[in-house]
Design a protein around this ligand. Structure first.
Ligand code: AMP
Length: 203
């Protein structure tokens, strides 16, 4: 049995975030990662790093990256690990990431998570918390109907959910072993979900 005093000491130490607030949002497409990340970055003045947004911008601009990623995104498939790892590694060295950051949509595979651990370690950093937004598939499918993004057709939504279950959900075990995973209920009002997130990061 856990001694209650041990628990209190842990809660009040504030130790995990001494060097900033390095966060990951994990969850299926449509779980609300982007929306909740926005609320958090405003309150804590952190940069949001969304690989999906970076890739969509590259598609809009018609850059070589966009030309390579566009067709894969349209099919709901993942962009190759090397590409997204390169994007994130470079972004994380920027000045605005030195006091923390919120990653949204990255990592999505175990190799991406391993590369992230390595890139952060090279800067003497680590991930403080991985917030896993827990939303049942039925709710996701309903939400995606309302969102109306170009890659939100019923077929690609199912494809993305399948890929999430196969490639991304294993990251929960990866981060649970590292002790940084926090599961947060992703169904409810925006404020309720946000309160769960703040509780999870101890703020
Ligand atoms: P998102 O906005 O996070 O839902 O991402 C939209 C699409 O961009 C995904 O369906 C993938 O095709 C691609 N994408 C975004 N982030 C990643 C990533 N970390 N790894 C591979 N593909 C990604």
């Amino acid at each position: 049995m856990l001694k209650p005093t041990a628990h209190i000491a842990e809660v009040h130490s504030g130790k995990p975030f001494a060097g900033g607030l390095n966060l990951i949002f994990l969850g299926p497409p449509g779980a609300g990662k982007g929306t909740q990340a926005q609320m958090l970055i405003k309150e804590f003045n952190l940069p949001q790093i969304s690989t999906g947004e970076i890739l969509r911008e590259a598609v809009r601009q018609g850059t070589p990256l966009g030309q390579q990623a566009g067709p894969l995104m349209a099919e709901g498939k993942l962009v190759p690990d090397e590409i997204v790892i390169g994007i994130v590694n470079e972004r994380l060295t920027a000045d605005d990431c030195q006091n923390g950051f919120v990653l949204d949509g990255f990592p999505r595979t175990v190799p991406q998570a391993q590369a992230l651990t390595k890139a952060l370690a090279a800067q003497g950093k680590r991930i403080d918390k991985v917030i896993s937004l827990e939303v049942p598939n039925e709710v996701i499918v309903e939400r995606m109907k309302a969102r109306g993004r170009a890659d939100d057709t019923p077929e690609t939504v199912l494809k993305r959910l399948e890929i999430y279950a196969r490639d991304t959900a294993p990251l929960k075990n990866f981060y649970a072993r590292e002790g940084s995973l926090a599961k947060v209920e992703g169904v409810g009002t925006l404020e309720e979900i946000y309160a769960g997130i703040k509780h999870a990061i101890g703020r």
